[in-house]
Design a protein around this ligand. Structure first.
Ligand code: CP
Length: 307
């Protein structure tokens, strides 16, 4: 179905394709032997020009669990990028060696550019403050598994909504599901970009922007916390001033619904206190594990190895 296709933004997938991926990921989770050897002989190139723990390692784990192999780099300083090789040439070369490429790059639009020079599918693992489609797959699978289906809920995005690519990808994708109300909680300097709110407005989606988490937390079914993205600030003073604007603690959790789910793409810095981790509503570590199953499903579909 997805064979030979690039995944640059979540909108590259239809709702039906998303649903099929979630169903496949759920089957893989339930039946660990299903598809275990399906990617034997296939190679995944993992090109990370920015640091990562979850995305890179879950992609590698996914490929190994499907019987395939991985090559690549976690640090571009060990590649010929430091000699001045362009991204286009790097991707052209890697496509000679691998069957699929997963790439993270600090520049917005880098994955799209790579896809234009690659003879094999390119999966965007994050391009600057733009998109992170496989995190969206992870988030949606988590919501489906925890709530039973994706629709009819209120989600609050909290923190750095300006630079948070996971927020941009998920907010845009939720426009395509029924009955999802979105609340954007941020300081004025870190508001969600207008291209996202415009998309919501054009589609008649109800949304709220506020700087107060206390005023809305009681209305939320899903709270999506994010860290302030230090690496995207031009000015350290601004980062220091804004980094601890929101800290989710047990006192704030007392204001929330009993069936709230707290998601976070991770890494977490200070925005959720460790005491919240033991609250059953805090599901961010479970969410990260769903990321491996959905990436297994995605690789198996793109490499056309689902039997
Ligand atoms: N969620 C996420 O993208 O985490 P990493 O930066 O660790 O990959």
């Amino acid at each position: 179905m997805l064979k030979t296709r690039h995944l640059i933004e979540p909108s590259d997938l239809t709702l039906e394709e998303l649903d099929d991926l979630f169903t496949l990921a759920e089957r893989i989770e339930k039946e660990p032997l299903y598809l275990r050897e399906s990617c034997r002989g296939k190679l995944l190139a993992v090109l990370f020009f920015e640091p990562s723990t979850r995305t890179r390692l879950s992609f590698e784990a996914a490929m190994f669990r499907l019987g395939g192999s991985c090559l690549g780099f976690a640090d571009p300083s060990a590649s010929s990028t430091v000699k001045g090789e362009s991204l286009a040439d790097t991707v052209r070369m890697v496509a000679c060696y691998a069957d699929v490429i997963v790439m993270r790059n600090p520049k917005e639009g880098a994955a799209l550019l790579a896809s234009r020079y690659s003879s094999v599918p390119v999966i965007n693992a994050g391009d600057g403050g733009h998109h992170h489609p496989t995190q969206t797959l992870t988030d949606l699978l988590a919501i489906r598994r925890l709530r039973g289906f994706i629709g009819n809920f209120t989600i609050g995005f909290c923190g750095d909504l300006k630079f948070g690519r996971t927020v941009h990808s998920l907010a845009k994708t939720l426009v395509r599901y029924c009955g999802v109300k979105q609340m954007f909680i941020s300081p004025p300097e870190l508001r969600v970009p207008s291209y996202i709110t415009t998309e919501l407005g054009v589609n008649g989606i109800e949304y709220v922007e506020t700087d107060s988490i206390e005023s809305v937390i009681g209305q939320l079914d899903v709270l999506y916390m994010t860290r302030v993205q230090k690496e995207r600030f031009f000015n350290e003073e601004d980062y220091i001033r804004l980094k601890d604007t929101y800290i989710l603690d047990t006192r704030k959790m007392e204001l929330a619904k009993k069936d709230l789910f707290v998601l976070h793409p991770l890494p977490r810095v200070n925005e959720i206190t460790p005491e919240v981790d033991s609250d059953p509503r805090a599901v961010y570590f479970k969410q990260a594990k769903f990321g491996m199953f959905i990436r297994m499903a995605l690789l198996a579909e793109i490499l056309d190895t689902v039997i």
